[in-house]
Structure formats: C-alpha cells, structure tokens
Design a protein around this ligand. Structure first.
Ligand code: PLP
Length: 375
C-alpha cells in the first residue's frame, strides 16, 4: 500500500440539519486520556453526565442516560424496550423522522397505526384522535422537532390523546434538546430520545434517553426479552445503575465530549440558550426576506434551530449548495423526500447559532443567487 498522509479535513461552518459545529473545549475534552470504563474516576464522570442531562431535560427521571450510537439508536432504544410483539402503537408522522419511527416500530413486531399529516405544517392532533378510533394503545409517538421540515410540535394535545388511549407518550427530541424549551416532567413525556450532534454541539455518537417511572415499569416487567441485546435497558441498567456491571465498553472519550457539551449548556443557562436560538432564527428569516427567500413553515409552527427555506423557481438547488461549500466553506442541507429540490434546510444549532453565522449564510446565499440569476 502507498503511504497515507495524516488526515486533514477542511474546516467548514456546519449550517445544515446536523452535525453542528463543535466548540473547541468539547474537542479538547474528547482528547483527554482514555480511562477504563469501570475506573472510579470515570464512574464519577458518568454520574455527572446523568445529573446534567436531568437538568437540561427538566426531569427527575432516574432512568436518564446516553446510549452508545446516534439519534437513531436512541429511537431504536425506546421502541425495542417499550414494544413487545403484537402491541398496538399509534404514530403521528409529518416528515422523515415520523416515518422512521413507524418503520422501527413495525420491525419490533408492533401493529402500527400511522396518522399522516402534511409535511411542513404542525400535525393536527385530531388526525391522531381519529386514527386512534377510541381504541387503547401501548404507545403514542410523535416528533417534537421535525428536522426534515422545520416544524415544532406542541406536545400537550398528544399527552391528552395518550391519556385517552391509555398509552405512554414517546417524543423524538433530537433537534429540540438545548435549542427549544424541553420540560419532560411538566409535559408528561414518558420516553424521549435525543442526539449529541444537533443543539448539544457535540460530535455524533451518543443518544441521550430518558424514561418516566411508568415507562420503566413497562420495560422491567416485559414478558419477552428485548430483541436487541445491545440496546436492552434491563442489561444496561446494570452498568449505569448501582451495580456497575460490564455490559459493553462505554465510548469513553465521546462521553467526555458530552460532559463538556452539557456543562456549556448549563453554564450559558437554558433560558438564555433557547432565547439565543430564537433571536438568530428571527435574524435569519429577516435577512432571507431581503433576498426574496421565504420560510416554508408558518411562524408559530417554526423551529428555531432549523429553518426550511423555499427554493425559488428556476434556481438550481445543488448548484447553490455547492457554491456555498466551495466559496464560503458553509454547509446547508437540501430537502428530503417530497421536499427534495423544493427546500434548503438551514441549521443554526447550539454553538452554530450566532450572529456571525447568520451573516455568513446570508452572504453566501446572496452570492450563490447572484451567480444563478446571472448578475
Ligand atoms: C437527526 C435526527 C434523527 C436521527 O439522528 P441520527 O443522529 O442521524 O441518527 C432523528 N430524529 C430527528 C428529529 C433528527 O433530527
């Protein structure tokens, strides 16, 4: 084999749907010496991570911890532990991630009822209520922040539906955690998952999850073993809980990164961080208007960490994104599914939500559009 030179990736500004830019102190934390996964010094770090996660999620849930794997591993963790074959599951879907939840639930052997709503709008709770048809369900699942379309979903009506169906409420909070207000206990969320790579501004690789006492009772009293050995919370509880028994080797240095990322969130303050995301999203939308670009989602249903922008007629989606990358080192996202070629997705997540990045993104778009429009 020929000599391979040490890797030297270009420095980009990540303004897509994730991953987001990582603060230097998080990268530094990840390069600290690797400890053994049962070293008392590491166990103390784990305890701090769990305490900080509870503080960020506004919950007292004992079962709050990061899973090894990205956001999708968090999704899979919730599904495989809460569902037994033959269970009835009701899922609201109005984007890619609602669809993915339905697929994962089906693979767990659930009878899945999906209430489909239009992409780019909040899901009408009445669609779910109608799909429920007065039956009971094991689980009602909904995406809190649909990153594929830029929609924020108020969870209160879905808690009410879950109560009517005698079900647990599961929420995908991958993009909302540390960007939007998230209050698990106040909202009555029984199970949730997130990811490190969005508003927590830590590299992809961990998925924080949290379970209410009711949800814990469901997976500790299962009749059948969890079909995934790796994601089985009953086994993992032995490592993250009192016993400290080996299950799989924790990704030590990733957890260092999460420790620092959570510390930064709490140092900034939750309210201040949510407000910062809101401020910069508003600034972005104002600037977009000056370029004759408009957001797809109505203002009161819009996410602040991610803005979906309608691509004007006659503009080449891929060429604009290439221009941003080549001339500005800026990454933004394209549309997914039915929004492919129709939307850009601009992420101002965590560390990336700054006035500088708004200005940079707008300058890049202005330049790219000028090139397209032959100016
Ligand atoms: C990113 C994302 C996921 C999946 O996370 P990965 O880290 O890509 O596995 C799931 N749900 C939502 C809403 C997301 O934004």
């Amino acid at each position: 084999m020929t000599t391979v030179t040490p890797l030297n990736p270009p420095r980009r500004t990540l303004l897509g749907p994730g991953p987001s830019d990582v603060p230097a102190s998080v990268s530094r934390a990840m390069s600290a010496p690797t400890l053994g996964h049962l070293d008392p010094a590491f166990l103390a770090i784990m305890d701090e991570i769990r305490a900080m996660l509870r503080a960020v999620l506004l919950t007292d849930n004992e079962w709050t911890m990061p899973m090894s794997g990205t956001g999708s591993a968090g999704m899979e963790t919730c599904m495989v532990n809460l569902i037994e074959p033959g269970d009835d599951v009701l899922i609201g879907s109005h984007g890619v991630f609602g669809g993915r939840m339905a697929e994962v639930a089906r693979r767990c052997g659930a009878n899945v009822v999906v209430a489909e709503g239009p992409w780019g709008r909040a899901l009408d709770p009445e669609l779910l209520r109608a799909a429920a048809g007065g039956k009971s369900f094991k689980l009602v699942a909904i995406v809190h922040a649909e990153t594929s379309t830029g929609v924020l979903q108020d969870l209160a009506p879905f808690r009410a539906i879950a109560d009517e169906c005698d079900a647990l409420l599961l929420a995908d909070m991958v993009t909302s955690v540390a960007g939007h207000r998230v209050a698990l206990d106040e909202w009555g969320v029984d199970a949730m998952y997130s990811g490190t790579q969005k508003c927590l501004s830590c590299p992809p690789g961990l998925a924080p999850v949290s379970f209410s006492p009711r949800a814990v009772e469901v997976f500790t009293k299962r009749k059948t073993p969890v079909q995934s050995w790796y994601l089985d919370l009953n086994l993992l509880g032995g490592y993250w809980g009192e016993q400290r028994a080996y299950h799989h080797t924790a990704p030590i240095n990733m957890l260092y990164g999460l420790h620092e990322a959570l510390r930064l969130v709490l140092e900034e303050g939750l309210e201040a961080r949510w407000a910062r995301h809101a401020r910069h999203a508003a600034m972005l939308v104002e600037g977009l208007a000056e370029l004759d670009l408009e957001p797809i989602v109505p203002a009161d249903e819009r996410l602040t960490p991610l803005t979906a922008v309608r691509i004007p007629d006659g503009i080449d989606d891929a060429a604009v994104r290439r221009h941003l990358l080549q001339h500005f080192d800026v990454e933004i996202g394209g549309g997914l599914g039915p929004m492919k070629g129709q939307a850009w997705r601009i992420g101002l997540m965590g560390e990336g939500s700054s006035e500088r990045n708004v200005a940079l993104c707008l300058a890049g778009l202005k330049s790219a559009l000028a090139e397209q429009r032959g100016a």
